[in-house]
Structures are given as structure tokens and as C-alpha cells.
Design a protein around this ligand. Structure first.
Ligand code: PPY
Length: 301
């Protein structure tokens, strides 16, 4: 069922990168629900105050956003899509402010990390981390801060009436952030999938993980990501979060059937269409009912 005006919960406020990702994925009709934390976005979904969550999961420079992996598992909402957003960062201040007079620079930690080369040249600037790039721009406007610059996107500069002092200050011009799209189970549509996010444990034995990865290889699945996370309170035990991609559904189905034998607490976090930069050839229609897959498949040994 397609929702005309989807309510999309984001961590952050209008003009944040989360809003940009949400608008790109859902289009201009989407109605953003601003939240103070990622946990709150999941609560909105749980309470049916939102139809979707858009959540950053990894960044090409800052790496994986580990607490968000834990949220995926804790709430169990299915991942139904992904979007890769190029992150372009600008330095902005109140109109009339001169860069020589600035003492503070404020932004989200990921954005700050992406601009280290720029700030190496200005070691006197004090860095203030915040939860959201757009909120930094808004605070400069609201509090009329003349000694502070924000690093944010051009949407934030426009919306909060700031002047861009320097454009594109990110160190690596090809950096991106990957966002996941989640929904609640009864809102899933059955689009064909060519990518899945999985989570499982393996026993602490020689070759246990290699066995699972070999199955992916033998079935011709491309593993695009692997992330381990220690399981709280259990020494040497980890959750492995793995993303795999395939061309033919049957290879994926075969791989899943086999790896169930070699994993514990196996979860399919979501099956969805991979985000390609170039629009891909339309995937073939599938007959398989994937609804049941989102129920956790657990196999405790
Ligand atoms: O602060 C924001 O605008 C966010 O949405 C978080 C973020 C920051 C930098 C890169 C990607 C996401």
C-alpha cells in the first residue's frame, strides 16, 4: 500500500542530512517528524505516529554508527530500503560575520570529522559537537551568535538565513552516508529484493565464521558489508551484521537455507532493493511471499 504523504521520523530537524535523505527517498510529499534521538524515531514508529524511519548507519569516512545496529536488533522493525547520500559541507555564519572574528565551530561529529583538513589550518577555533548539523545553524540564527560558525548543508544556510563563508570544506569530496529505511511490519510492500541485511552469531570455534562466508561465496552472493558487535556481558561472543547482494533470488534462498545450520540467533533484518547510483535494469517480478521472513528465525544450539 503506497502512502500518499508518508510520515517519516528523522533524528534532527528540518534541513538536516536526515531530512535530505528522507526527501530524496520519499519525494517532496514526505512529512518529516523531527526527533531528538534515534531511539525516539523508533518509538514514533512503534506508536504509529510515523510510517517510516530514516536512519544513518554508516559513513564512508567516520565508519559504522554502531549504536544504530543495536537499535535495529532491539526493535526488530524491517529494513525496507536504503539510500546513499553524498555529504557536501559548507561553513556558514550570520550575515556580516567575518571569519577572522570567529572563535567557535559547531556541527555534528561526523561532519566535523569530515572537515579535519580545513580546521588543521585554524587550530585556534574551538570545536563544539552537536546532535545535528541543521540545529547548529538554527542556534546561530536563534541566539544571534556572531562568534560561531556552523558546518551544515546549503538547505540549512537558506532556511536559517546564514551566509556561506566557504563552500565544500569536506576533506574527501566523494564521501557519502548510507541511510536505512525502516517501517512497521504491516506497512511492508512486497517489492522484489536484491539485497538483505542479516544478523547472526556463530560459535567460538575455528572456521565458524569462515564457513558461513564461504556459503555466500559458493552461492555467488556479494557480501557488501560485515560488522561485528560484542554481545553485552558475554566474553568472545559477537553479533555479526552482514549485508549481501544477489542477482538471482534462488541463490539467496539457497544460502539462507544452508547458513541456518551454522549460525545461532539468525535474523533477517530486511530484504530490499539495493540503491544504485545509476538506475538499474528493472528487477524481475518475484512470486515469493517474503512477509514471513521478517519474523525472526532463531536457531538456538
Ligand atoms: O546532523 C545531521 O544533519 C544529520 O542528519 C546527521 C549526519 C551528519 C553528517 C553526515 C550524515 C548524517
Amino acid at each position: 500500500m503506497k502512502i500518499e504523504k508518508p510520515r517519516v521520523a528523522i533524528q534532527g530537524i528540518r534541513a538536516s542530512f536526515h531530512e535530505e535523505a528522507g526527501l530524496r527517498y520519499f519525494g517532496e510529499n514526505a512529512q518529516m517528524i523531527e526527533c531528538n534521538s534515534f531511539k525516539q524515531t523508533f518509538e514514533k514508529l512503534k506508536n504509529r505516529e510515523a510510517d517510516y524511519v530514516v536512519m544513518a548507519i554508516e559513513n564512508s569516512i567516520a565508519g559504522s554508527i554502531l549504536p544504530n545496529y543495536t537499535l535495529l536488533l532491539d526493535y526488530g522493525f524491517p529494513v525496507v530500503g536504503e539510500i546513499y547520500l553524498p555529504i557536501q559541507l559548507h561553513l556558514m555564519a550570520l550575515p556580516g560575520v567575518k571569519f577572522e572574528d570567529v572563535k567557535y565551530v559547531t556541527s555534528h561529529p561526523i561532519a566535523l570529522r569530515q572537515c579535519v583538513d580545513f580546521f588543521d589550518e585554524y587550530p585556534h577555533l574551538k570545536i563544539i559537537e552537536s546532535s545535528d548539523t541543521a540545529a547548529c545553524a538554527k542556534r546561530i540564527r536563534d541566539e544571534q551568535l556572531t562568534d560561531t560558525v556552523a558546518i551544515a548543508n546549503s538547505l540549512a544556510a537558506t532556511l536559517y538565513g546564514l551566509d556561506v563563508l566557504e563552500r565544500r570544506i569536506e576533506s574527501n569530496k566523494r564521501n557519502f552516508t548510507r541511510f536505512l529505511i525502516l517501517t512497521h511490519h504491516d506497512n511492508m510492500d512486497k517489492k522484489p529484493a536484491n539485497k538483505a541485511s542479516l544478523c547472526f552469531q556463530v560459535s567460538n570455534k575455528v572456521g565458524a565464521l569462515a564457513k558461513v562466508l564461504n556459503i555466500f561465496a559458493e552461492e555467488g552472493l556479494n557480501m557488501s558489508k560485515i560488522q561485528s558487535m560484542p554481545i553485552l556481558g558475554k566474553r568472545n561472543e559477537y553479533n555479526f551484521y552482514v549485508d549481501v547482494e544477489w542477482d538471482e533470488q534462488k541463490h539467496y534462498d539457497n544460502a539462507i537455507r544452508q547458513i541456518l545450520k551454522y549460525t545461532q540467533n539468525f535474523n533477517i533484518l530486511g530484504e530490499y532493493e539495493r540503491h544504485d547510483d545509476e538506475p538499474s535494469v528493472a528487477p524481475k517480478p518475484q512470486r515469493i511471499d517474503r512477509g514471513r521472513r521478517y519474523i525472526n528465525i532463531r536457531r538456538n544450539v
